[in-house]
Write a new protein. Structure first.
Length: 643
């Protein structure tokens, strides 16, 4: 095992081949430098079993939690005997042995229930089949908090607009038995809003969303987070019922008629899947259609029409329906406020149908009626008009007099008719139109002068009282006649000369007639004068009239000589003559009677005072005491130059 040498020791642990059960003996000899001595052999010593040895133990991992799988690793195992060694491991904490010595070099906290904050260590030894080695102890490893774990979450499915919950405690665990909380780490919030309520994952689809979404969830024990699990969410599409905004109540007056487009349902209705114009709108019910009837107009608008003379309230229910027959309804109230119903009239009539400026018109109304009153309770009102405006404003008077109010010819007269119930007027109707015709002028009287006449008389007819309601200019017309015939037809000549007209004889009764004519050539009434009888009358004339001397002289008398003739048919009585010679007058009444065809001679002297040219005027019958046939031959004039 060890050859002769100067070394007196043998280390079995170092020398190979020194085995247990060997008998070890040593031999000794000396050498003098040249020759060995004899050899002596010791007694034999039997080699016994040597205990194996280990040097150290280590525990991994160096950090751990309650889920950690520890591994104990031994180092430095050795056995001088070369025995086969069996490694053994023990795990313990401060409370004692967790896993007794065995050949298992691992220890599972999750399986054996070590707790956080435990200080775990392992021990290591070997056995050579007979005896154990010494024990090596590892350093301790503190068990830290173990993060919770979360298993996969099954895919979730829900219907559109329907919330879904999932109990996370069914997939989460914590070996430390810590209370767990949950959180969302990621989500498609615009699609599905994920939230935590206690242990529940709450999945709320966005309004009207359908399709796929997901959210990430993890658990926490207050110290550590679990792994993250992604939840797949499928939102099934379902039909959404349409919606209809509130419809405000409406109030209208009685008889106000059609209330058009009071609601636009395309604005007030909505549906996720269908445009507003693709929905169907209907009136489901109305509680008082007798007062107001509402309809859907063009599948868009609500129109309501008040019923004639009805009032009250009606509750109207409106429905909007989508193509899948889902619907929404709203109800609004229409209140019809009672109002006074205006009366009505049918027509008006103006009479007479022909008129002039003297006409008194009458307006007659027809067909007055009122829902709230009897016809007798209505006040009738009339108004008269022409083309220029109102002649007589509305009043209860149904007559209008042209004679007093001054309507003119060619005016177009009409009347308007209405009634009043004490609150409101009726409609107004207009009558037929009557055109004012020309009004004939009028005259009052006629007179004929002179009132005594002979066959030479010049008659004058005088009219009075002419009037024209139209204000037209009037032409005076005169006519002369006797009992047998017309002597002078109507003309503007107001005189008639019996001496010039054959047939104006003694004994005739002469009258004149008077009328006027307006610018429309319409005559007035005709008035007649009193009659004048034609009788025999004298007719005085002057003849053989001269003055001597001529020229005359202021120093002597001048002779004025003339004859008075009766050329008439009757005796002239009380004849008077007058001589006017400018410087004085001479006059005398002859008491004698002068028969027809007779004459008398007058000779008178006058004396001029002032020289110059003088007119000497001789007038016979100046006082006209006796009417004559012709008065114009009763005067003569001579000129005298006086020195």
């Amino acid at each position: 095992m060890q050859a002769f040498s100067a070394t007196s020791t043998l280390d079995c642990g170092v020398v190979a081949g020194c085995d247990k059960s060997d008998t070890i003996m040593c031999k000794a000899k000396g050498n003098d430098g040249v020759v060995d001595s004899n050899t002596v052999t010791s007694t034999g010593i039997a080699v016994g079993n040597s205990a194996p040895i280990v040097t150290s133990a280590s525990l991994t991992p160096a950090t751990a939690d309650t889920n950690t799988l520890f591994t104990c690793t031994g180092a430095g195992k050795n056995d001088i005997d070369g025995d086969t060694l069996t490694e053994q491991y023990e795990f313990s904490d401060a409370n004692g042995v967790l896993q007794v010595f065995s050949v298992t070099n691992t220890f599972n906290c999750a399986a054996t229930g070590c707790d956080k904050n435990d200080a775990v260590k392992c021990k290591y030894k070997v056995n050579d089949g007979t005896i154990d080695s010494s024990v090596a102890t590892s350093t301790t490893v503190n068990v830290e908090n173990t993060a919770p774990a979360m298993n996969a979450i099954s895919a979730q499915t829900t219907d559109e607009d329907t919330q879904k919950t999932f109990d996370l405690s069914t997939v989460a665990s914590d070996v430390d038995n810590d209370a767990l909380t949950y959180s969302i780490t990621a989500e498609d919030a615009a699609k599905v809003d994920c939230s935590i309520n206690a242990n529940n994952l709450v999945m709320q689809p966005a309004l009207n969303y359908n399709g796929a979404a997901s959210c990430d969830v993890r658990a926490s024990d207050g110290t550590a987070n679990s792994n993250t699990q992604t939840v797949s969410i499928t939102v099934n599409a379902v039909n959404d019922a349409p919606t209809l905004s509130a419809l405000s109540d409406k109030t209208y007056d009685e008889d106000s008629g059609l209330q058009n487009d009071i609601f636009d349902l395309h604005i007030l209705a909505a549906d996720v899947e269908t445009a507003a114009n693709g929905l169907t709108y209907s009136i489901q019910s109305q509680s008082n259609a007798a007062a107001v009837n509402c309809v859907i107009d063009n599948n868009q608008f609500i129109d309501c029409t008040t019923q004639t003379n009805q009032n009250g309230a009606s509750d109207v229910t409106v429905r909007v329906t989508d193509p899948q027959n889902a619907f929404a309804e709203r109800t609004f109230r229409v209140t019809i406020t009672a109002v006074n119903d205006a009366p009505t009239v049918a027509s008006g009539n103006l009479s007479p149908a022909t008129a002039d400026t003297n006409t008194a018109f009458t307006c007659t109304g027809v067909g007055k009626a009122d829902v709230d009153n009897t016809p007798q309770q209505l006040t009738e009102l009339y108004q008269f008009e022409d083309d220029s405006g109102v002649l007589q404003a509305f009043s209860a008077t149904n007559t209008y007099s042209c004679a007093t109010a001054g309507c003119d010819k060619n005016d177009n007269i009409k009347c308007k008719y209405k009634v009043n119930d004490g609150l409101d007027d009726s409609n107004i109707v207009t009558s037929n139109q009557v055109t004012v015709q020309n009004t004939a002028p009028t005259v009052a009287s006629a007179s004929l002068i002179p009132t005594t006449a002979n066959t030479n008389t010049l008659f004058t007819c005088a009219g009075s009282g002419s009037n024209d309601a139209d204000g037209d200019s009037l032409s005076n017309l005169y006519q002369f006649k006797d009992a047998a015939s017309i002597l002078q037809t109507f003309s503007t000549t107001s005189v008639f000369n019996c001496g010039n007209i054959a047939g104006c004889d003694v004994g005739d009764t002469i009258t004149c007639e008077y009328k006027v004519q307006d610018t429309s050539n319409e005559d007035s009434n005709v008035v007649s004068s009193s009659s004048v009888n034609v009788v025999d009358v004298p007719d005085l004339a002057i003849a053989d009239y001269y003055v001597l001397p001529n020229p005359a002289n202021t120093n002597s008398f001048t002779l004025v000589f003339f004859k008075i003739l009766n050329i008439g048919t009757a005796i002239a009585q009380n004849i008077e003559y007058i001589i006017d010679y400018q410087d004085g007058t001479l006059s005398q009444v002859q008491p004698l009677n002068l028969d027809p065809g007779k004459n008398i001679t007058v000779s008178r002297q006058v004396k001029f005072i002032n020289p110059g040219l003088h007119n000497i005027i001789v007038t016979v019958d100046q006082n006209k005491i006796i009417p004559e046939v012709l008065e114009t031959n009763n005067e003569e004039t001579k000129q005298v130059n006086v020195n």
